[in-house]
Design a protein around this ligand. Structure first.
Ligand code: HEM
Length: 155
């Protein structure tokens, strides 16, 4: 196990923390919003955990992108050629761009929800966590993805 593998495995498994926390947050926010429930501070804590899990992924992703990934290194050997290769383009541009947008959406939702009156917070979390998770689910390399399928669980 080298540093590349350790970071890749951590990034691969942390995806499940992001997915689970994101889905839980959306469900709690939607039921609170549509059921007109009184604000529950545990949803705000869930929002914090979701945002933190995204930040950890961002950090691990930046380490892979900037330091460890041999795939990304190949991209920067010849960026022009990589752009016409769907697999390399996915890692060079699509994954990082869509995931960074997701991280920003998670943060904006969390920070602005905290400043809203309590009765408006569920809606804010539902919309922003929903958009962030849409981006995450689109940019994860699933086993059925076309660009570069990856396993659900690395062994
Ligand atoms: C924030 C949510 C993110 C999620 C859920 C996520 C998820 C994933 C997953 C599931 C993989 C495949 C791991 C495997 O092969 O087992 C992966 C690989 C990778 N991700 Fe992310 N990622 C995120 C953000 C980022 C960001 C922001 C960057 C760049 C700054 C990034 C860069 C990479 C790189 C470079 C690879 C691996 C390329 C290689 O095979 O060497 N990721 N990511």
């Amino acid at each position: 196990m080298n540093l590349y593998n350790i970071t890749l495995y951590a990034h691969s498994y942390m995806r499940w923390a992001v997915v689970i926390l994101g889905v839980l947050l959306i469900v709690r926010a939607l039921t609170g919003w549509l059921g007109r429930r009184p604000w529950d501070a545990s949803v705000g804590r869930l929002g914090s955990f979701f945002t933190i899990s995204m930040d950890i992924q961002l950090l691990l992703g930046l380490l892979l992108y900037g330091v460890f990934s041999p795939v990304v290194r190949r991209v920067f050997d010849d960026f022009g050629a990589a752009m016409s290769d769907a697999r390399l383009r996915f890692w060079a541009v699509e994954h990082i761009l869509v995931m960074v947008i997701a991280v920003v959406l998670a943060h904006v939702g969390h920070v602005t929800a905290k400043r809203l009156p309590e009765e408006k917070r569920y809606r804010r979390y539902a919309i922003f966590a929903g958009l962030a998770m849409l981006a995450v689910l689109l940019a994860i390399p699933w086993p059925f993805s076309s660009a570069d399928p990856r396993p659900l669980f690395r062994v």
